[in-house]
Design a protein around this ligand. Structure first.
Ligand code: SF4
Length: 396
């Protein structure tokens, strides 16, 4: 990305989403590369005040905008006390114009789910909860370094399923070292018994700077074989395809229960991100807050100009916009609508990528006709390779 000084935003977006990054976790999972901290609870009060300052500072620019979705992610947002959560949301409510029908989602750790937290969620208007369950198998949960076992997970899901909430998501991870196909199948089947409307199935990746990454290099753990991953992926499709819609590579929903907030990210709609390391996208300009929690707290409380909080300010070039568009659309079931592509980039999709489309078609990686291109199930398994191929063509 080319970085340069932020320009004045031209025109305020009519619709806007807000992401709040809560970077606290009880313990650090060995596979996680998010911006998170544990054992720094003494910083939470200052953090809450810094987020509120950031909300207040930004709201002045967006008085005409309507907030259509709010998402609290992390980290572990459910780690915050009810009082802190209420304080942050009250600030959002007082400073932004929130649409009556907005999606309000929060990520929760199973250990935090209890009646008191659900009462507060209901009071605040939270209408979507995403549970970081990861697996129903105790050996896998132990390997993942989670702070809950399957009993705690099931208890939390039981409580949620009898609560006021209809829109519940569960996160499950596959491709964990040593995970068997049967263990994965079992986890999905238990999810199906709960009959929740949404499931996210993530393939574990070994990210630099994580414990899993160094364990892999030290040969303490072994990466699953490609054919094992393929079997798990195919098993997921087999078990879910008649009941849920795979509207994005990792996301399954019953019709009408797709995540509005995530769809807005994937459609490159405008959003503001608050908190350390949070990104924003406003009219094609991307900014990223500094990641360090301590620096974030210090700066956010003392500055009057939001620019000073950014570690990156970037305008996306035409090529980057095209790569991002293709990548995001191909991740989604709807794929690339060729006339939409032409409207956005003044280029004919099937002419521009003629040779690549032929190659991917021949290898059964895409479904492509004159109007639309999407990934086949085989293509979804090698989506990163396909995105790289498109990026190479664009950058030629
Ligand atoms: S709880 Fe979530 S955010 Fe926190 S360390 Fe584990 S995976 Fe990362």
């Amino acid at each position: 990305m080319k970085t340069h000084k932020k320009n004045q935003i031209s025109g305020h977006p009519k619709e806007l989403s807000i992401y709040i990054h809560i970077p606290f976790c009880e313990i650090i999972c060995p596979y996680c590369d998010f911006n998170k901290y544990s054992k720094v609870d003494d910083l939470i009060p200052d953090f809450v005040q810094s987020i509120i300052k950031e909300i207040e500072r930004n709201s002045k620019e967006f008085t005409d905008s309507k907030i259509v979705s709010i998402s609290f992610g992390g980290g572990t947002p459910s780690y915050l006390s009810n009082k802190d959560l209420t304080e942050i949301f009250t600030s959002l409510k007082n400073n932004f114009h929130i649409d009556k029908k907005f999606e309000f989602s929060i990520e929760v750790n199973p250990v935090d789910v209890n009646r008191s937290i659900l009462e507060i969620y209901e009071k605040l208007g939270i209408n979507r909860v995403s549970v970081g369950g990861q697996s129903f198998d105790d050996n896998i949960l132990k390997k993942l370094g989670r702070n809950h076992d399957s009993i705690i997970l099931k208890k939390s899901l039981d409580l949620l399923s009898t609560s006021f909430l209809n829109n519940i998501n569960l996160d499950l991870i596959f491709g964990v070292p040593g995970q068997t196909l049967t263990q994965w199948e079992e986890s999905i089947k238990i999810f199906l018994d709960y009959s929740f409307p949404h499931l996210s199935t993530y393939l574990l990746t070994f990210e630099p700077k994580t414990k899993f990454f160094s364990d892999l290099n030290l040969k303490k753990i072994i990466e699953p074989k490609e054919n094992e991953i393929i079997e798990m992926f195919n098993m997921t499709i087999k078990l879910l395809k008649n009941k849920y819609n795979q509207y994005e590579i990792s996301n399954w929903a019953r019709p009408g229960s797709e995540s509005i907030h995530n769809l807005r990210y994937w459609n490159s709609n405008n959003y503001l991100g608050f908190g350390p390391g949070a990104s924003s996208l406003i009219n094609g300009k991307r900014t990223k807050n500094i990641s360090s929690l301590k620096k974030y707290i210090y700066l956010s409380k003392s500055i009057d100009n939001q620019d000073k909080l950014y570690s990156e300010i970037a305008t996306i070039t035409e090529e980057e916009r095209m790569i991002e568009y293709i990548m995001l659309k191909l991740r989604m079931q709807i794929g690339i609508n060729h006339s939409d592509f032409e409207k956005k980039f003044s280029k004919v999709f099937d002419s521009k990528f003629k040779n690549l489309l032929n190659l991917l078609n021949t290898n059964l990686l895409i479904d492509s006709n004159l109007k639309n291109t999407s990934l086949t199930n085989k293509g979804k398994l090698v989506s990163d390779y396909i995105f790289t191929k498109f990026a190479e063509e664009i950058n030629l």
